[in-house]
Every structure is written in C-alpha cells, then in structure tokens.
Design a protein. Structure first.
Length: 165
C-alpha cells in the first residue's frame, strides 16, 4: 500500500511540475507575440555563420533593432564581397532604415518575419525566425556580398547608449 502512495505522490509531483513548465512557456510565447506584433524588439546576435567559412561565436555586442518606424542594424560581416564597398568606415552590416517592408507570419511554434529595407542599398532582404522560447536566427541577403546567417535571441526593445537607438 505504501508503494502505491509513493507512486501516486511522484506522479502528482511530475504533473504539477509539467504544468508550471507549460505555463512558463505560454507566458514567454505571449511576450514574444506582443513584441513581434508591436514591432518593438532587439535581435542579439551570438553566432555568425557566413556562407563560406566557419561559424564564429561573437564576443562583442551586435544586434538588429526593430521598431515600428525604424530598423537599425549593427552586425558584423564575414564572407566574400562581389564589389568594393562604397563606405570604407564600416565593413559590417550597418544601416538605419526608415523605409522598409515588414511582413510577419505565424507558423506552428515560431514567427517568420521578412524585412526588406528600401533605403539600405546593399541589403536585399532579411529573414528573421523567432521561436516561442525567445531563440532566433537571422539570414541576410545582400546585393554585393555572399549571404550570412546569425543565431541569437530576442529581447524587448529598449533605449541603448549607442547612437541611433
């Protein structure tokens, strides 16, 4: 009889634990939904994966800030360029866009967002996948460079000390 009580206690504990975990996941997914629909979040890049070459862990603070009226990109670039850059000060994927198309689409457990800046001459489009747990990946297609992907996470959009935010 004691054996049955122990098994019932363990099963009850696991049910409560699983329920609280699901509630936390639902809360996080709701927060992500709010940020995506409000267009107020920051993608923090942790890894860069160029089309050719090896992936790299990023040790500096690189990000893509998305606001309803402005996209600010401060990302590195590793890969092959097909034309010489016109701006010799940067070298990364750095731009501020106020004229862009933002298309979010909800899938099973993620958001697929297409961003097409019309005033950033070298960027064709950016495809951002945001999962319900806050993890994200960004794929950047360029006019004059090989494409590059980034892995990282999403955080709520806030003011930063960097110019333009």
């Amino acid at each position: 009889m004691k054996y049955i009580y122990k098994i019932a206690s363990v099963m009850l504990f696991l049910a409560v634990l699983g329920s609280s975990h699901l509630q936390a996941q639902d809360k996080e997914a709701a927060a992500i939904k709010t940020m995506v629909e409000a267009q107020n979040y920051i993608f923090k890049a942790q890894y860069a994966a160029p089309l050719a070459g090896r992936s790299r862990a990023l040790t500096s603070d690189y990000d893509l800030s998305v606001k309803r009226d402005t996209i600010i990109s401060y990302l590195p670039y590793f890969g092959r360029a097909y034309a010489a850059p016109t701006n010799l000060t940067g070298g990364g994927i750095e731009f501020t866009s106020t004229n862009f198309k933002y298309t979010p689409e909800r899938k099973k457990n993620r958001w697929e967002i297409m961003i097409q800046p019309k005033d950033a001459s070298d960027i064709q489009d950016m495809s951002l996948t945001i999962y319900d747990n806050g993890r994200a990946s960004l794929h950047v297609n360029s006019v004059n460079r090989q494409s590059i992907s980034f892995d990282g996470y999403i955080t709520e959009g806030k003011k930063s000390g960097r110019k333009g935010f």
